[in-house]
Ligand binder design. Structure first.
Ligand SMILES: [Zn+2]
Length: 431
């Protein structure tokens, strides 16, 4: 059920429900409010800020034919180590090169980032202020990875286990002054970006003043499903290259988790026989759909739950410590799906796989590297995002330059094969 969380908790977490509509925004705290002494009305942060048309856009010449980036929201070095200990050894991600560590600050340089600014840096190579989506520090939109792919007629896909209009996926498809402009971002997702595959957490029609996301998508030619099997069936009845939208999950009912319960249920909390797909199943489905594209594709996969539990750890440190390794293993299972696909359908000569994070959440610290000690992991009293450097793993074209990824914004250069731009400065740069 979508139990409305307490407003104070929502804002403390930065994980708000949609707050903007065509009628305006509530509670948005971007710095787009204009000059307080001016009689000019403040600019509408939800006004779409679309980049120029695709005409004449050149795909970066070094970009791999297939680019797959997996983002662990809030997933730092200790998170991966906890998963490795829980798994009793090697993870799928360990088959990649790395890890290398990079900084995650937002503008002004040195600011601890949120997921919107971080995902904007990964998707566009631009540093920006917290809360912004696909625009730089001046508010100017910048072409994102998916837009480059679309200009080259490559396939595009977005997979997440949080609500689909959350900051991370939206930074790969939209441009907005605020991450909370869900109505505008949903319209950009379906009517402008039009990824071939969109899989993520359900969002109720009541979140929008206009049409719900499913209605909007059907009108735009998407096959829509609320279970993966239903989506497969709908896609089978449609044109082979018709885009697909899957909206899954209603959130878990754990007392801890009900503080914020959008998106797919963490897999460790699901009932037997749950009809929610795993992140790995969604990733496999996306790869099956995209692999038919002769021009290659770009796929973004996000795993949200390590961030959410990191934020909520203050409610129950022991419970958060018990859950954390399994939340990272959800992502590692998706990495395993990607590696299996590369092995059976492609090779690392023309497919680049990158696994990274947007920031560390929670100040998560292991007590010791033994399975019996994982429950003794700790968090500070008010867990939030931290400025800790986070790990990146990669394999494929350009991965030999992995150690030159010094900042979030450098990941964009790696993803697009623009290796001459590496290394960056290790800090956010003003435009
Ligand atoms: Zn967060």
């Amino acid at each position: 059920m979508h139990t409305a969380p307490a407003t104070s908790i929502v804002f403390a977490l930065g994980l708000a429900l949609p707050l903007c509509s065509a009628a305006g925004c509530v509670g948005v705290t971007t710095d787009l409010s204009g000059d307080a002494n001016s009689s000019e009305p403040p600019p509408d942060p939800c006004a779409p800020a679309a980049p120029a048309s695709d005409a004449g856009v050149q795909v970066p010449p070094g970009m791999a034919r297939q680019v797959i980036v997996l983002i662990g929201d809030g997933t730092g070095a200790a998170h991966w180590e906890a998963a490795r200990v829980a798994a009793g050894g090697t993870l799928a991600v360990d088959a990649l090169e790395g890890p290398s560590l990079y900084a995650t600050d937002a503008l002004p340089a040195g600011t601890t980032t949120d997921s919107a600014a971080a995902a904007t840096a990964i998707a566009t190579g631009q540093c920006t202020f917290n809360g912004r989506i696909g625009v730089d520090g001046s508010g100017l939109p910048h072409r994102n990875l998916m837009e480059y792919a679309r200009a080259a007629a490559m396939g595009t896909g977005i997979v997440t286990n949080t609500v689909i209009v959350d900051a991370t996926p939206m930074a790969f498809v939209g441009h907005s002054g605020s991450r909370y402009c869900s109505e505008s971002l949903a319209a950009q997702l379906i009517d402008v970006a039009r990824p071939d595959v969109v899989l993520g957490g359900f969002i109720p029609d009541s979140a929008f003043a206009g049409p719900g996301l499913d209605e909007r998508a059907r009108a735009a030619g998407y096959s829509v499903g609320f279970e993966l099997s239903a989506l497969r069936a709908a896609a089978a009845d449609a044109e082979p290259d018709a885009p697909v939208l899957g909206l899954f999950g209603e959130g878990p009912s754990s007392p801890l988790w009900t503080a914020w319960d959008q998106g797919l249920t963490p897999e460790i909390l699901r009932d037997a026989g749950s009809d929610e797909p795993t992140l790995a199943e969604m990733t496999r489905f996306a790869l099956e759909r995209l692999a038919s594209d002769d021009s290659g594709f770009v796929l973004m996969v996000e795993s949200e739950h390590a961030d959410t539990v990191g934020h909520l750890a203050y409610l129950d440190v022991a419970q958060a410590a018990v859950w954390m390794p399994s939340l990272v293993l959800e992502l590692d299972a998706a990495v395993a799906e990607v590696l299996a696909w590369v092995e059976s359908h492609s090779s690392f000569d023309d497919t680049l796989v990158v696994v990274c994070a947007d920031h560390e959440t929670g100040g998560y610290t292991l007590a010791a590297s033994n399975p019996e000690d994982l429950a003794g992991a700790s968090f500070p009293s008010s867990p939030n995002h931290t400025p800790s450097a986070v790990p990146i793993f990669a394999r494929g074209p350009g991965s030999e330059r992995l150690s030159d990824v010094k900042h979030l914004s450098d990941i964009f250069q790696l993803l697009t094969g623009n290796l001459d731009a590496l290394p960056g400065t290790g800090r956010c740069r003003e435009n």
